[in-house]
Design a binder for this molecule. Structure first.
Ligand code: PEP
Length: 256
């Protein structure tokens, strides 16, 4: 049986946009992607804008995600935000293990795994990020790094949970640098991730899980990446901050 996966284009706004800027953006975005039906669109604003952005997008089909989470529901964890809080703020997705969190905030594979389990327990969908650094690619250990990160992130998940995940392959050297992986290189690693999922959970789960590419995606390079058989969308940083470029990527994924 052939399973058709719906592409998902998610915008990671990082630490950009105040509440008023976020609202102006999504009100324009609604109009720009109104006609697109076959692509799932998600925006991931900073925590401060989540609630109001969710309210502004209610009923539009555009989803809302957070950029991070802590793994317990409540407690004395100053500065942290729980899955429960994200859910009530209107989120359905959470980016977990982004390379900037790994690089600047000490996020390790074990935290990624705890966070994934915590958000799944609340019915939220994790967007689990994996990716190699430039020196790892140059030493020929890309697949080893991806295997370690993927298996550690998925540890202890059952097949149904794994099937519902979104995985984002984001080579660290391509994030915010303007250097995109070639279509073939992105397909090769994403095909490898799908094979890992198949080895862990079987072919049916691997056929369902959505795997995005992320790293300097723009309207100009999106169509080639999205045409690859295993690439199911994009996690977009810089180009997600502008309505024209973000909606251009969504349109490229929709083939219009
Ligand atoms: C990201 O932050 O996830 C990302 C892919 O950034 P950019 O698109 O700017 O490379």
């Amino acid at each position: 049986m052939i399973i058709k996966r719906k592409p998902i284009i998610a915008g990671n706004w990082k630490m950009y946009k105040t509440v008023s800027q976020a609202l102006a953006f999504v009100n324009e975005l609604k109009r720009a992607v109104d006609e697109i039906k076959d692509v799932e669109v998600v925006v991931c604003p900073p925590f401060t804008a989540l609630f109001q952005v969710s309210e502004a997008l209610r009923g539009t089909g555009i989803g809302v995600g957070a950029q991070n989470v802590y793994w317990v529901d409540e407690g004395a964890f100053t500065g942290e935000i729980s899955p429960l809080m994200l859910k009530e703020a209107g989120c359905s997705y959470v980016i977990i293990g982004h390379s900037e969190r790994r690089q600047y905030f000490g996020e390790v594979d074990d935290y990624v795994n705890r966070k994934i389990k915590a958000v799944l327990a609340h019915g939220l969908t994790p967007i689990m990020c994996v990716g190699e650094r430039i020196e790892e690619r140059e030493s020929g250990i890309t697949e080893k790094i991806i295997k370690t990160q993927t298996e550690a992130g998925l540890a202890g998940l059952v097949a149904d949970q794994a099937a519902g995940l979104v995985i984002a392959y984001e080579p660290v050297w391509a994030i915010g640098t303007g250097k995109t992986a070639s279509d073939a290189d992105a397909q090769q690693v994403i095909g490898f991730i799908r094979k890992l999922v198949s080895d862990l959970y079987g072919a049916d789960v691997a056929a369902k899980v959505r795997i995005q590419y992320g790293g300097s995606v723009k309207p100009q390079n999106a169509a080639g990446l999205m045409a690859q058989p295993d690439i199911d969308g994009a996690l977009v940083g810089g180009a997600s901050l502008d309505v024209d470029s973000f909606s251009g990527i969504v349109k490229a994924a929709a083939g219009v």
